[in-house]
Design a protein around this ligand. Structure first.
Ligand code: HEM
Length: 135
């Protein structure tokens, strides 16, 4: 496989992360303000987001190791590892959010925890992309 293909793939998957993330965020915000019952759209949008972000993590990890070993300069490692670190924190925050949403006792708490978590994750992903080639 060609590294350019992998970079393009990792770069393109970001838009799926953005799309699914936006759907999840809108659902959680509406659910919270309209005091709705927690539903399948909330649950599924969060699961799909976890899955897409998991794929992005694997692609990113392969890219980091592959390009890191080939370029190998301290400057490249600094540039790429900064992005990877922010994204790993974002992925951890998403996992923690999903767990807490699942365990929350009331629908109100599920929407609220999901909204706060998704806002934090969105900010981290925004910053993480800005730290490489930007949007
Ligand atoms: C939600 C998670 C992530 C998103 C949205 C994302 C997005 C991006 C974007 C947009 C780029 C710029 C690509 C380009 O040059 O066109 C990039 C580059 C890169 N990403 Fe990620 N990324 C994510 C997670 C990760 C993770 C977890 C790792 C590593 C463990 C990683 C490793 C890299 C590397 C090494 C590059 C640099 C490619 C280069 O040499 O220019 N990414 N990422």
């Amino acid at each position: 496989m060609d590294i350019g293909f992998l970079i393009n793939l990792h770069s393109g998957v970001r838009w799926i992360v953005v799309l699914v993330g936006l759907i999840a965020l809108v659902r959680f915000v509406v659910g919270m303000f309209a005091k709705q019952s927690y539903d399948a759209i909330g649950r599924i949008s969060l699961s799909v987001l976890n899955a897409v972000v998991g794929i992005q993590f694997l692609l990113g990890l392969i890219l980091l190791l592959w390009k890191g070993m080939n370029v190998g300069s301290a400057q490249y490692w600094g540039y790429a590892a900064g992005h990877a670190l922010v994204m790993i924190i974002a992925i951890g925050a998403l996992g923690a959010t999903s767990g807490r949403v699942k365990r929350a006792a009331t629908d109100d708490q599920k929407w609220r925890i999901g909204t706060i978590g998704l806002v934090v994750v969105s900010i981290l992903v925004f910053v993480g992309v800005m730290s490489v080639n930007g949007w």
